[in-house]
Ligand binder design. Sequence first.
Ligand code: RIB
Ligand code: CA
Length: 307
Amino acid sequence: MSPKIILDCDPGHDDAVAILLAARECDVLAITTVSGNAPLHLTTANALLMCELAGLDIPVHAGADCPLVVPAAHAPRAHGETGLDGPPRPSVHTEAASADAVGCIISTVRTHDDVWLVPVGPLTNVALAFRQAPDIVERVAGISLMGGAVGPGNVTPSAEFNIWADPHAAQIVFRSGAQVLRMAGLNLTHQLCLGAEVIAALRADGGTVPAFMADLFDFYLAGYRERAGLEAAPMHDPCAVLAVSRPELFTFGARHVDVETEGGLTRGMTVVDERPGTEAVPNCEVAYAIDTPTALDLIVDAVRSHG
Ligand code: RIB
Ligand code: CA
């Protein structure tokens, strides 16, 4: 049976892939949006665009337009000013189901058993939901997030963007006591990269969605090629979806993870305790490896399935 999830996202090129993949792999009860890669009105518009383009009947609820404490920050170098730069933008006719993503998370978890929260942007919405309704923490089946890293960051030497963008929210989530917390950090997501040959294959497929995604990937890959000299672009957010729907593709390690909120150089760092014999009690299943060929096939199949 497909796992029931709420996908909390900040589309975002890789978030867009996560939406298509989640729709195929999971029972997506709702999509909630958050300020991150782009301002909230754009991440919400982008989520609606993806649902309409792929013919997905999934409610989109807009959430937090700024982090809990730090100022809002975005990632136009990676995703463009719209958050989904690359292809010509189709017109969108649907509207958000509400502007209350936090209320949606709370009510959905209270009325459905075994719901996974899959946040793939800054953790503001999830943290607010846990703060407003602490009773839902023990009700969620688990949290599978894209964020953090065991090792170098991306937005700073020590921090990954989703955690850095709202470190106080991330700390609330990592300290929540959720029964299962899976972390797909940069050390993992950079093992799942998509290159020019896949883009060409999608473009050759024809079809509205593969062609649109090929244009998105061209833009996304060009940014990684220019900034980091990469010839393939990491599919960060889809990893958090697959960690719920296909956990057998991953190698996890039980670790204690916490988040630095104050450090000048280390704000947003996920501090992963890897000391041999540590007495720290693990609170997180940290993903260390993924079956890359199988995961990539699942992503391509998902894009094609919405053709
Ligand atoms: O650091 C990668 C993360 O930041 C991904 O979720 C990407 O979409 C951006 O939000
Ligand atoms: Ca994201």
